[in-house]
Write a protein that binds this ligand. Sequence first.
Ligand code: DWN
Length: 421
Amino acid sequence: MSISKASKLEPEVTPVENCRICKNKDITTFLSLGPLPTPNAYISKEDLEKPEPTYPLNVGYCNSCGLVQLTQIVRPDIMFKNYRYVPSASQTMIEHFGRLAKETVKRFNLAPGALVVDIGSSDGTLLKAFRKHKVNVLGIDPATNLAEIANASGIETINNFFSRELAGRIRAERGQAKVITATNVVGHIANLDNFFRGIESLLSVDGVFIAEFPYLVDLLEKTEFDTIYQEHLSYFSVKPLLKLLESFELKISGITRIDVHGGSLRIFVRKGSSGSLPPSVIKLLGLEEERRIYKPEIYRAFTERIEKKRQDLVSLLSQLKHSGKRIVGYGASARGNILLHYFGIDRKFLDYVVDSTPYKQGLYTPGHHIPIFPESKILEDQPDYALLLAWNFVDEILAKQKEYRKRGGRFVLIVPKARIV
Ligand code: DWN
């Protein structure tokens, strides 16, 4: 039976009884953002009148290993079999992946023909960057629509979820990989044991597994609550990650903080049991203790800051609306959909949202059904204000919209606090 058929037999929502890493049952829920539609479930015009499924969105921390995680899991095929997010919709991410590929080829001295596998390869953006360096590339992605796009652009892509079983098949057919990458994927994985058994099997003895994901310290410090959604099952910090890798012949050989997506970690994982921890790991463990991210009170303060953020932004937008101003959204992002829903910012506030992703244009946002247009509409229409929902790309977007701003258009920024530029 194929993965997708098997998954259809599972319930739509599964409660998390045990911590995903340490299996402890003592998980304290500290925030409920739902029920609401999953954040990439954009709606076509003809489906607007149909009933729209909503799912819980509750997040908690494990009192044993500290992993922050959702306490209910939505069945992955519901979220990922047809997927409209692509990294290539942002120049920032195209350039970020170009640097990652170049640095990896150089740092790990990849010979022409070495196998590079990207898990959650989407439309092939990262592998296109690797391919420039004459390595062999293979993508793996569950989204049928994106696998088709990647294959059509010459990036061989297996349309499936990564698993230990699939890793074994690839190893048998292609041999082991010198590099395996997973950018904004590991946080989406329910069964981390199966995932890392797959890494162990597919990674060559001298290979490296490179993963990127949002960093819990950044999420808490910058109150990036809108990166909490049903696709993201885990919100990683270093301490639980080390606990996780204890169960495998894998160790973190290096770790760096990177700016993308509001602040992320990039980890380098090699084969072998962890001896002494690298200085980069020790430094971040120290930071996590210093920022007290394993203390319950940090989560109470976090939820209080979210409420303050809501009050400030809704009051600012209400003032603008009361003075007769027209406001639109900029960036039909998953995080944007979470913020709009939780803050109650709907079509009373926003006339439409603009977005650079072709697969989202012409559709409507989940829940509030706000229409999505290409970015060009903002110059054609010249609304008074644009609420920057894709705040993680503020530099790229403000630079792109110089003309809109020159003509008097203003952006409402959200991070780190509500303000107009
Ligand atoms: O983990 C995930 C992150 C990496 O990407 C996925 N589970 C889902 C997705 O989250 P997101 O939708 O919040 O990602 P972004 O990259 O923050 O979305 C930005 C949105 O803004 C995209 O729809 C593209 C759009 N955009 C735009 O319209 N003009 C982006 C740029 C840079 C622009 O100039």
